[in-house]
Design a protein. Sequence first.
Lengths: 543, 337
Amino acid sequence: MRKLPAALAVVGLTVVALSLASCGGGSDSGGKEGGTLRGTYASFAELDPTIAYTAEGLTAMYNTYLPLLTYAHANGQAGTEVVPALAQSLPKISKDGKTYTLTLRKGLKYSDGAPVKASDFASTIERIFKLNSPGSSFYTAIVGAEKFAETKSGGIPGIETDDKTGEIVIHLTQPRGTFTNELALLYSALLPSDTPAKNLTADPAPATGPYAITKSEPGRGWSYVRNPQWAKTNGELMPDLPSGHVDKIEISVVRNKATSVNEIERGKSEWMQSILPADLYNKVKDKFEGTQFRVEQPINLYYFWMNTSQPPFDDLKVRQAVNYAVDTAALERIYSGSLVAAHQVLPKDMPGHEPFDLYPHDMAKAKELLAQANPADRDITVWTDNESPNDEAGAYYQDVLSKLGFNAKLKTINADVYFQLISNTSTPDLDTGWTNWFADYPHPNDYFQLQLSGESIAPIGNTNLARIDDPKLNAKISKLAEEQLGPGQEDEYAEMDREFMEQAPWTPYGTNTVSTFVSSDINLDEVIFNPTFGQDLTSFQFK
Amino acid sequence: MDTRSPWYLAYRRLRRNRTALAFAALFALIALFVLAAPLWANNVADTGPNATHTLDKVEVDGEAREVVNREGKPVGPLWFSAGGKFFLGADGRLGRDEMVRLMYGGRTSLFIGIVAALITTLLGTTLGLLAGYYRGWADAVIARTMDVIWAFPVILLGIALGVALATSGLQIGPMHLSGSSIWIPILIIGVVYTPYVARPIRGEVLALREKEFVEAAVSQGAGSLRVMFGELLPNLLSTVIVFFAIGIANSMLLESIISFLGVGVQAPNTSWGTMIAGGFELITSSPLLTVIPGVMLLLTVLAVNVFADGLRDALDPKAKLRLEAHAGIAEPEGTPV
């Protein structure tokens, strides 16, 4: 038996020692590996990827349940890029834009050790329809999906899978330029095919991402540990996705946001998911910005809708008058500086966004336009929810409309049922009101198709609150929806933004920011805020 | 032998209770304060309770100051340095005049308190009379219904009804009350407190109906209605008056609780409860927004309760003696009043 030369042995031992050190101690950013991250949420999140549609749910499951594709783990614009997750690469799209082909990475496993199969994609999409998921509409373009949505049985013929090769072929009824984005939504995150068609929030399904949810107590909190299969297989198979720094994450629900702030300041927790309470926002910002606090910009728009299908808002001049009357500067102040004023459909950071303002605040002009229109019906109801400061935005809007000459009555509805009520077209007196829209994905179609296309007007679950139905603009939305997004399409979306604002179905007033607030133990510079998913739990690292 | 009426004797006893009278005067002052709301709004503050001033400036000692600063913090009390405008400052990011809202909010709170107490007293007295006089199935139905309402904690029942009705409103026959109507909290409060009046009244009626004067009325051919409202009710009047007074305080408190939780008075209407709720969000930076309506509510409820206590002592001196005997501090029997 030959002996290793002494020098080689020393080199070998050094390499081993360094490898061990990198596993257990430091990292590139100089922070610690391991530890338990303690976070707070202001409300409990749905912990079922098929059902969850709130920002809370998206943040909670970004690193737990992986779709075939996902969004890059990066801040700002870079985080809007779709990248492969469980799939080997981005989909191959047929020339007619109706067939998407993907291949599942080989050897993937769920956190319980079961293999991830291509057929799980088909059962996951079926589960979306079985549960009437809020994300159903993103997948109805798949051949046979609409029928399955009605019958809930018989499978979806538009999805072909091969467990041996891992190939997944999706046939669409018509080209859909947003489908790649939709394959990166959490709704389509793969779950084992035997996952029951019921809300699994209390008993979360096995994970494919770096963290698995191990305990869930609805209303109180939940916790994560590292997914054992990530270290064994999944992490190596998806090297572009981060593995995370902390070993354990404990989330508790603390309804009082001021308490959450206090807990971070006292070092009792490391992070709060919710936005800061309005009266503490500036205090915390002034004290901790740059060290523990950072303003984040998800893609969203806050606006007042006007029901264009009935008087008085069926008159263009009335709608334009309202746009001139609302002062976005006042609303910025009502939102304590967290809102960035905007007066157009496409929000900042959305592809196609070109800033403009057709209606700079001018009360005199607003009154002149209203005098020209002279609407016979001036009794209107203004709707808003009861969450601050949206309720104050509603009260401000009602006051503006009163000053303009309307007999405006404010209707403040509990936030839990607000959207359910205003999206039901049979609800009486739906004249005008407040709403907001956080982008499902960074594609301009998300703002036009659902909220401004005549096709989206529905008796229940109506998302076109202004009920605008302009045939010319409808055709333009449909045409662009079939095309893959590129610079040409972005220009067309920008033009359509202006065309819709000329019709003034809404009075947009701004994009709201959120914040990341962490304890002094966390390295804020490393924390990633993805514009779609929010804070990336894999990026939290102790100093 | 004193031949003066029991009402006159009660009045004399009340007049001698200086504490009760002082708090009655306080209540009268508060009532005057809130009734003067339009005068203050039109002649001093020059603004309405719902008019927003987010971007407006107010002149303070010749210097223009923002009503709401860029961080969303409202101006604090200016007292008379701006000619009475924003006397108590602005109410929050909408920049509404806190003093004007306090006065108008007080009107709402008092109105709800008085009307809800009236409903409670009328309903409770009528049901208590019917149940106690007729007994049998009428008593069974009324008493069990009251038991069901009683079984719910008042605040929880108020919140549950408030949530349901604030959204859909209330249809009473051909009349529809919208969810934002202040009649919704009035009806909720009026109904949830009814058992608290009906049950003791029923108990009193059960005892009174066995008395000789009732038998005498019946033997003279008096009908049921005549006996209930002509013979029994006058004997219950002192109890009813005390219940009404206490009911005002309780109703105002419940209104403020359900409004604080967002299911009572709906925006843009204001009450002291909604003002406390609105100010609570800014409690660390502008605590007066919560404290001032809170103090007004406290003083009003205290004034009504102390006066109601004095009224009870005056109308039913034996009750006081019974209570004091129970506490071991009773004056000897026969002490002149």
